[in-house]
Design a protein around this ligand. Structure first.
Ligand SMILES: [Cu+2]
Length: 256
């Protein structure tokens, strides 16, 4: 019996579906995050979008393989379909080239994701000598932002543009989650523990701080407004909140 051409066989058809789904997945990965995620106002926020793009694009062919086999099986071998499922093929255990390709691809994906994740984590938590210190305290069910050295406590997170900020995050009662998507930060706020996290706002604009841990009945209402302003506006704002002019200038100053 003459062998059927590749694209007439189930494997060939699955390959075509896989290719189409991979292309769709890659296109979604490249374009959707920029349009579906909110406006990013920090370097970390932009890097978070890039991470979503890279991970989606890398995951697209893997997800497409599962979907392609599933879609083909459902359509081609449905009840009453002209095509009947083939007999089980030979086991792939002894297939050397397939095993090697499988190992290389999966190892490559795991290593890329691991290295990328660790690099992002260390960049977000590395101490910075010139960072503006902001104490973030969560409690049921609001956020308080303190600016050490100025005496200012605020329910709005105001940050100067183009300066690293170190958030010292803690909680007064239960575990909360300090989370601002636009700032690209998220970390648990635990009682009796201060956890630090860095971000560098690089775009003027407003954002929202939310709680990412279910922390009680009004968890959904635990959010605070935030904005990124110029250095001058930041010093003026500190003064409007009761800081002396000297302390406000000192806190707002950018030292090289
Ligand atoms: Cu909370």
């Amino acid at each position: 019996m003459e062998a059927k051409p590749f694209f007439s066989r189930p494997g060939g058809k699955i390959f075509v579906i896989w290719l189409l789904m991979t292309i769709i997945g890659v296109v979604i990965g490249l374009y959707a995050p920029k349009h579906l995620m909110p406006q990013m106002v920090s370097i970390e926020g932009h890097r978070a979008v890039l991470t979503v793009v890279v991970f989606t694009v890398l995951a697209a062919p893997v997800a497409a393989l599962v979907w392609a086999v599933g879609t083909y099986s459902l359509l081609a071998w449905r009840r009453g379909a002209p095509e009947t499922p083939p007999e089980d093929g030979p086991p792939i255990r002894g297939n050397g080239p397939l095993t090697i390709v499988w190992l290389i691809v999966t190892s490559f994906l795991c290593i890329v994701l691991l290295v990328w994740g660790l690099a992002e984590l260390s960049a977000d938590t590395a101490p910075h000598s010139n960072a503006l210190q902001v104490d973030v305290t969560g409690q049921q069910w609001l956020w308080t932002f303190g600016y050490p050295g100025t005496g200012v406590q605020s329910r709005t997170l105001v940050l100067p543009v183009n300066r690293p900020v170190q958030f010292n995050v803690t909680s007064e009662d239960v575990t909360h989650g300090f989370w601002s998507l636009s700032l690209g930060v998220q970390i648990d706020a635990n009682p009796d523990v201060v956890t630090t996290l860095l971000a560098t706002p690089n775009k003027l604009g407003s954002f929202v701080v939310r709680c990412s841990q279910i922390c009680g009945i009004y968890h959904a209402f635990m959010y605070a407004p935030g904005k990124v302003v110029t250095t001058t506006q930041f010093a003026q704002w500190l003064q409007s909140q009761g800081a002396s002019a000297a302390k406000a200038d000192l806190a707002a100053r950018v030292t090289p």
